[in-house]
Design a protein around this ligand. Structure first.
Ligand code: GTP
Ligand code: SPV
Ligand code: MN
Length: 607
C-alpha cells in the first residue's frame, strides 16, 4: 500500500485492506477535503463538539443545568425518519415485500453514485468503526459508518460502541463489517459559508440486503443518519437474523424483580413513539416490584443452549422522544439526562441556557426560544419543542440500568408484550392462549401513526411486530421466520405473549388508563398469569383481567373506570375483522399458514 493510496489516506490508523479500499473508493467518489478516523476518545469528542458549537450546529447548554450537553436544531424539513424515501434494494423485488419501497440495486446504485459524486466537497469525511452489541460477543456485529456530519459522529459515540478498540478487533479478526455510507448531500463550494444544519431536500435511505450495505443521502436526522440504529440494527440485522436463525426486533427489554426476589425479563414491541423508552425506565407505583432497564428501542434475540430465548440490547445510548418525558412521567429518564453528556435535537431553550419540552415540567416556562429559534410564550398556538424532538443520552447514565446490560450473551426472556396506540378496540392487556396466537397478535399489531416518521399523524395502520418500517425483507417471510425459529425452542421456556394498549380512550376522550408508572400493575398481572395466580376472563381474543385481579392499591380509579380500560368489546372486534382480512390479503401468500389459521379461529370465536 502507501503509494497506490490516495494521499488523504496517509494517516489511516489501519492496514486492513477491505476497509482501506472501501474508504478510498468513497473518498474518490465524494471528494472530501479531509479524512478523520474516529477514535472515540473524550478528547476527540471535545474537539468535535467545540467545532460544532463554532459552526452554530450545536448550542452549549448551561453546564450547571446540563453538564457537557448541547442542543441542535435541524432544518425544519429534516425532523424525522422519511419512510417514503426508505428502500430495500434486494436483487428480486419479491424479497422486499409489500411493506418496503424497492428499486433494482444496480439502478439504485447508479442513481446514488450520481448524488454522492462530490457530495463531501469542502467537508471532512469521518470514518466511524462501530459494533452493535458487545465487542466480546460470540459473533460481534461490526459496521463502519462514513459520514460528512460531525453531529452524526458525536451522536454515534453516544448510541453505539465506536472507535479504536472496535477498529483493532475488526482488523485482528479480519471481520466482516457493514459498510454504511452517509452524506448530508450539501457540498461546500470554495468560499461558500456553511449552514448550521446542512442537508438536502432530496433524501434516500437505502439498504442492499444481500451485500449488507447502507447508503444514506440528504438527511442528518436520527434514524436516517445514525446508521447503526434502524438501518443496521433492524433492517440489515433482520436479514442477517433470517439467514443465521435469530431475531432483530424493535423492542425494549426490562428486568422485573418480584417481592419474592424472582427475576423476569420482559421484551416489548411498540411502534415508534408508542412508549418503549417509558416502559423500559418505568418507576413502579406498586410496592415491592423493581424494574431495571436493559434496552429501550432495539433487541436482538436468539434461542440459547437450553432452548430459552435470550436477548441483548445492541445499542449504547437512548435516542428518546423528549415531549412527554418529565419528572412526573419518567423521572428515571430525567435523572439520566440531568447527568449531562447529552445531545438534544429540536427541543426548546430556556432563558437560563437549559432545555424544555412539552410535558417536561408541570409548570410551563413564561418565555422560551422554540426549536425554530423564535420567541415563545405559553399563549403561542404551537408547541415549543418539535413533537419528534429527542434526547440522546448514554445508557449507563440510567441509575436503574440492570447489570446484565453488560453481559455479552444477554438475558432470558420470560414475557413478550406487543402494543400499539389505539383509541378503541384493544383492551389494556390480553394474554394470548398460545405462542401461535401471540405471533398473531404481533402480525396484526396496529397503531396510530406518530411524529417519529414524516407524514400524517393519528392514522391507524397495521404495524407487524412494530417493525413495519424496519423489516429488511418480505413481511410474510419475516413472520414465517418467527414461526420457524421458535419451533426450535424448548416449549416450556417459550415466553408468554401479551397484547397491551396504554392509549385506549374513554367516551369523553381522556386516557382510559393512567399509564407510565402504573403500567407496573399490568406487568405484575402478566407475571402472575405466568405463575398461574391471577384471575382472568376468557374472551374470543384471549384472557383479559378481571378488575379485581389487577393490583389497584393506591390507584385513584373507580371499578367502572378500570372495567372500561380492560373490557373486551365484541362489537369493536367484529368491526376490526374486515381490516384484518384485508391486511392478510396484502401479503400475497407469503404469510405462514399458522397465522392465517389464527384469524380463522378468531372469526369463529367472535361469531
Ligand atoms: P421511539 O423512540 O420513537 O421508538 O419511541 P418509544 O416507543 O420509545 O416511545 P416513548 O417511550 O418515547 O413514548 C412516546 C410518547 O408516548 C411520549 O410522549 C410519552 O410521553 C408517551 N407515552 C409513553 N408511555 C405512555 C403511557 O403509558 N401512557 C400515555 N398516555 N402516554 C405514554
Ligand atoms: C423510531 O422512530 O423508532 C426511533 C427514532 O427510535 S429514530 O432513531 O429516528 O428511528
Ligand atoms: Mn424506535
Amino acid at each position: 500500500m502507501g503509494e497506490t493510496r490516495l494521499p488523504l489516506l496517509a494517516e489511516a490508523p489501519t492496514t486492513y485492506e477491505p476497509l482501506l479500499s472501501w474508504v478510498e473508493d468513497i473518498a474518490e467518489l465524494t471528494r472530501p477535503d479531509h479524512i478523520h478516523w474516529v477514535d472515540g476518545s473524550e478528547a476527540e469528542y471535545r474537539q468535535l463538539t467545540d467545532e460544532l458549537v463554532a459552526a452554530g450546529t450545536l448550542t452549549r447548554l448551561n453546564p450547571e443545568l446540563f453538564p457537557n450537553s448541547f442542543a441542535a436544531f435541524s432544518d425544519p424539513a429534516d425532523v424525522a425518519r422519511v419512510e417514503e424515501q426508505t428502500f430495500i434494494c434486494s436483487r428480486n423485488e419479491r424479497d422486499a415485500g409489500f411493506t418496503n419501497n424497492w428499486m433494482d440495486p444496480d439502478a439504485m446504485k447508479e442513481k446514488l453514485t450520481g448524488l454522492f459524486e462530490g457530495s463531501m466537497r469542502g467537508r471532512t469525511m469521518y470514518v466511524i468503526p462501530f459494533v452493535m452489541g458487545h465487542l466480546d460477543a460470540e459473533d460481534p456485529k461490526f459496521g463502519v459508518e462514513i459520514t460528512d456530519s460531525a453531529y452524526v459522529v458525536a451522536s454515534m459515540r453516544i448510541m453505539a460502541r465506536i472507535g479504536t478498540d472496535v477498529l483493532k478487533k475488526i482488523e485482528q479478526t479480519r471481520a466482516f463489517f457493514v459498510p454504511a455510507l452517509h452524506s448530508v448531500g450539501a457540498p461546500l463550494e470554495e468560499g461558500q459559508e456553511d449552514v448550521p444544519w446542512p442537508c438536502n431536500p432530496e433524501k434516500w435511505i437505502v439498504h442492499f440486503p444481500e451485500e449488507r450495505s447502507i447508503w444514506s443521502y440528504g438527511s442528518g436526522y436520527g434514524g436516517n443518519a445514525l446508521l447503526g440504529k434502524k438501518c443496521y440494527a433492524l433492517r440489515i440485522a433482520s436479514v442477517m437474523a433470517r439467514d443465521e436463525g435469530w431475531l432483530a426486533e424493535h423492542m425494549l427489554i426490562l428486568k422485573l424483580t418480584s417481592p419474592e426476589n424472582k427475576v423476569y425479563n420482559v421484551a416489548a414491541a411498540f411502534p415508534s413513539a408508542c412508549g418503549k423508552t417509558n416502559l423500559a425506565l418505568l418507576d413502579p407505583t406498586i410496592e415491592g416490584w423493581k424494574v431495571e432497564t436493559l434496552g429501550d428501542d432495539i433487541t436482538w434475540m436468539r434461542f440459547g443452549k437450553e432452548g430459552e430465548l435470550r436477548a441483548v440490547n445492541p445499542e449504547a445510548g437512548l435516542f428518546g422522544v423528549a415531549p412527554g418525558t418529565g419528572w412526573g412521567t419518567n423521572p428515571n429518564a430525567m435523572r439520566a439526562i440531568a447527568k449531562g453528556n447529552s445531545i438534544f435535537t429540536n427541543v426548546a431553550l430556556t432563558d437560563d441556557g437549559g432545555v424544555w419540552w412539552e410535558g417536561m415540567t408541570e409548570e410551563v416556562p413564561r418565555h422560551l426560544t422554540d426549536w425554530q429559534g423564535n420567541d415563545w410564550t405559553p399563549d403561542a398556538d404551537r408547541p415549543a419543542a418539535h413533537p419528534n424532538s429527542r434526547f440522546c443520552t448514554p445508557i449507563d447514565q440510567i441509575d436503574m440500568l440492570a447489570p446484565e446490560y453488560f453481559a455479552p450473551d444477554g438475558v432470558e426472556v420470560n414475557a413478550i408484550l406487543f402494543g400499539g396506540r389505539r383509541k378503541t378496540t384493544v383492551p389494556l392487556v390480553t394474554q394470548s392462549r398460545s405462542w401461535a396466537q401471540g405471533i398473531f397478535y404481533g402480525a396484526t399489531l396496529s397503531s396510530e401513526t406518530t411524529a417519529a416518521a414524516a407524514g400524517a399523524v393519528g392514522v391507524v395502520r397495521r404495524d407487524p411486530m412494530a417493525m413495519l418500517p424496519f423489516i429488511g425483507y418480505d413481511a410474510g417471510d419475516y413472520l414465517a421466520h418467527w414461526v420457524r425459529v421458535s419451533a426450535k425452542a424448548n416449549p416450556e421456556k417459550l415466553p408468554k405473549i401479551f397484547l397491551v394498549n396504554w392509549f385506549r380512550r374513554t367516551r369523553d376522550g381522556g386516557f382510559a388508563w393512567p399509564g407510565f408508572g402504573d403500567n407496573s400493575r399490568v406487568l405484575k398481572w402478566a407475571i402472575e398469569r405466568i405463575e398461574g395466580t391471577a384471575d382472568a376472563v376468557e374472551t374470543p381474543i384471549g384472557h383479559v383481567p378481571t378488575p379485581s385481579s389487577l393490583d389497584l392499591t393506591g390507584l385513584d380509579m373507580t371499578e367502572a373506570e378500570v372495567e372500561d380500560a380492560v373490557r373486551f368489546d365484541r362489537e369493536e372486534w367484529l368491526n376490526e375483522l374486515p381490516g384484518l382480512t384485508e391486511w392478510f390479503e396484502r401479503f400475497g401468500g407469503s404469510l405462514p399458514k399458522s397465522i392465517t389459521a389464527e384469524l380463522e379461529s378468531l372469526k369463529s370465536r367472535l361469531a
